[in-house]
Write a protein that binds this ligand. Structure first.
Ligand code: FMN
Length: 662
């Protein structure tokens, strides 16, 4: 079925067994003091074993850390990391290389010099257009250290550090060296190239030729040090998605790629975006179409004869195949997909693509942790087959319940699953019916298939009464009955009022004028507005509370779309919209027939008419079933939202922790 993805490919003579790779993910597990740990090996080995031909590490820093840098790292929660600045790290790297080679994969290491985000920049702020900093002011500045400008003399030190690291990596047997030149303020080299960050007046600033001087000299010196036949990659930010304030695709194809190729680069790993301005180019939220940026790789391919890597929300091997077939790239990187399911390539090779667990694009961890992949963590509860199978009843067919049923059944237990609704999926299933969160369906599809393949006895429209449970006589019961929206008394029972979940499930019943009470449901609000409804969100909080609990790039997307902040707006998805309209600092006083009566901070009263009022505020645990059943079987557990309202990860991980110990 797939052909092109399995074809070997060469980078400067290095043969890679297929065309699927793992891109750099900085949150790979490290070890104490930078030594590669067993967890590091295990994390990467899973991905190599899963069939990817090329495995890249996340960015490793070439500058030996001083005490201040170490303290900053610790304060950001990185007390474990992957070091490369001393020969003492070589044995660890050798172990990692061996682990990759055991599975026929090649290992590339992405190297990075600390940049503006870590306190070092080509020029001091403020950068040319302050308005492009609004998003970063909103989100980032509180964690940014003061920035120091790199002196002309220090440039040499950065180059030498990088060369030393390249030599060390080669000595350790690493197959590929990569220099990170992408993502704006994320690192020194990309900031150096960026017209936004680099406003130097010495030989390193101003023109493209000057801005290219340090990166090109670094590549040339690495080439000299590692020899002709050692593969050198660069990750480029092909388009910083900031118009003329950043690097454009045209600049990349006309200037950047030819210059880097002349300097000695063997392969272009094509990313985009700028970490503090257009992060959605880097970690693309699930709202964007899959494979949205592949035209960047395609354009770079036209500018060079060297192999080109395409990346960006490619979660389906068929899409990878298509892009390769169409000549848009020579290799496809799948990042979050190989986090969610490291065995994706292998499952295709074994002709069982239905077993692939698709990434849902939620951005809640992406490696450390991943909500749909419990095994990603350092020390998961081991998975072992059972000697004495039990009769297990799972109550609730949401993601927590299905995951518990999957694990218990795979271990050998005899599992029955009861769901009171006519279909499985629970709250995640409802959210998956909303356009912006429709990628959640990937996980449901996977779990649904597994229920069938594992012969879990699934019963829908089945109420878990104590009598029914006692009649089944299970040895163990896992309750996963989820949570419900709490509807305030003033809205209860009123006509045309729904809670968020009902609204997702029954979108056809939603009228033209929609009021959403609460500032959480931004994804639903945008989805309904995009479907042509007139939507108003109201909430008591200020603009900082809008989608407050969403993971970073999802929150930035929503804020950019709904708040009048001055920020990059180059892509259609970045445009400010007037629908939905958001009213902050607004209190709901009364729900009249077809209208919400509100007051603002100054006590001013406003009547907002609606055809449908959707309540999306707090959720409460549905724990009544657990309370009724807790002494009705030898073992009874309560997991996920019905135990404590949380995220997808909490339910899925709790399911694993219980089902692996049964
Ligand atoms: C958690 C996380 C960490 C990342 N770390 C790096 C990094 O260290 N260096 C880099 O160049 N890109 C980094 N990226 C970007 C990825 O390499 C990749 O380009 C991006 O995730 C898009 O691919 P995907 O949609 O297949 O995940 C990171 C992305 C994520 C989600």
């Amino acid at each position: 079925m797939l052909k092109k993805v399995w074809e070997p490919v060469e980078i400067n003579g290095l043969k890679i067994k297929n065309r699927i790779g793992l891109p750099s993910l900085v949150n790979m597990p490290g070890g104490e003091d930078g030594f590669i740990s067993d967890q590091t090996i295990r994390w990467f080995e899973c991905r190599a074993q899963g069939g990817a031909g090329l495995i890249m590490t996340g960015a490793v820093v070439v500058t030996p850390p001083d005490e201040a840098a170490l303290a900053r790292r610790r304060s950001m929660g990185f007390n474990k990391w992957v070091g490369v600045t001393d020969d003492k790290y070589i044995p660890g790297w050798k172990r990692l290389v061996d682990a990759m080679h055991r599975h026929g994969a090649k290992l590339g290491v992405q190297t990075v010099a600390l940049g503006p985000q870590s306190g070092l920049a080509p020029s001091l702020p403020p950068y040319p257009d302050e308005k492009h900093h609004k998003l970063s002011t909103h989100e980032y500045n509180r964690t940014l250290p003061p920035v120091k400008e790199v002196t002309t003399e220090e440039v040499e030190k950065h180059i030498q550090d990088t060369v030393d690291v390249a030599v060390r990596l080669k000595k350790a047997g690493v197959d590929i060296f990569e220099l990170h030149l992408a993502h704006g303020g994320a690192n020194l080299y990309s900031a150096w190239l960026s017209p936004m960050y680099n406003r130097r007046t010495d030989k390193h600033g101003g023109s493209w030729a000057n801005r290219l001087r340090m990166p090109c000299e670094t590549i040339a010196r690495v080439r000299q040090a590692v020899g002709k036949s050692y593969p050198i990659l660069v990750r480029i930010g092909s388009d910083e998605l900031m118009g003329n304030y950043g690097i454009t695709l045209e600049d990349t194809c006309k200037i950047l790629v030819p210059a880097l190729e002349d300097a000695g680069v063997d392969c272009f790993d094509v990313s985009q975006g700028s970490i503090m301005h257009s992060p959605e180019g880097i970690v693309i939220p699930m709202y964007y179409p899959r494979g949205i940026f592949i035209h960047h790789a395609e354009a770079v391919k036209k500018a060079t004869k060297k192999p080109v890597i395409g990346v960006g929300r490619i979660v389906d091997m068929r899409m990878a195949e298509k892009f390769l077939e169409e000549g848009k790239a020579d290799i496809i990187f799948m990042g979050r997909q190989l986090v969610a399911d490291p065995d994706t390539p292998r499952k295709w090779l074994e002709n069982r693509p239905e077993d692939v667990r698709g990434c849902i694009g939620c951005l809640a961890g992406c490696g450390r942790p991943c909500p749909v992949n419990y095994d990603i963590q350092d020390e998961p509860v081991p998975f072992t087959p059972v000697k004495n199978p039990k009769k297990v009843l799972v109550i609730g067919g949401g993601v927590g319940g299905m995951e518990a049923a999957r694990i218990a059944s795979m271990r050998g237990h005899k599992v029955t699953l009861w769901e009171k609704e006519p279909e499985l999926g629970g709250m995640v299933g409802a959210l998956a019916k909303t356009k912006l969160t429709s990628e959640f369906q990937n996980f449901l599809d996977y779990l649904g298939v597994q229920m069938r393949k594992l012969n879990v006895d699934v019963r829908v429209c089945k109420e878990a009464t104590p009598a029914a449970v006692e009649a089944l006589k299970p040895d163990a019961v896992i309750v996963a009955t989820g949570s419900s929206m709490i509807v305030p008394d003033i809205a209860k029972g009123k006509a045309d009022v729904m809670d968020h979940i009902e609204a997702c499930k029954n979108q056809r019943a939603i009228g033209q004028r929609v009021v959403i009470w609460g500032l959480v449901a931004a994804e639903l609000a945008i989805s309904l507005a995009e479907a042509g409804k007139d939507v108003t969100m109201i909430g008591r909080g200020g603009d900082e509370t809008l989608a407050r609990d969403y993971p970073g790039p999802r929150r930035w997307y929503v804020q950019r779309k709904l708040l009048d902040i001055n920020t990059v707006r180059e892509l259609p998805w970045q445009k400010l919209v007037s629908n939905p309209k958001v009213m902050f600092h607004t209190d709901v006083k009364e729900i009249a027939s077809g209208a919400v009566i509100t007051t603002d901070n100054d006590g001013k009263q406003l009547t907002i008419p609606y055809d449908t009022l959707i309540v999306s505020r707090e959720r409460g645990s549905n724990n009544a079933v657990y309370e009724a059943l807790k002494d009705k079987a030898p073992e009874v557990y309560n997991i996920g939202d019905s135990a404590k309202v949380g995220e997808i990860k909490d339910a899925v991980w709790a399911a694993n922790e219980i089902a692996r110990k049964l």
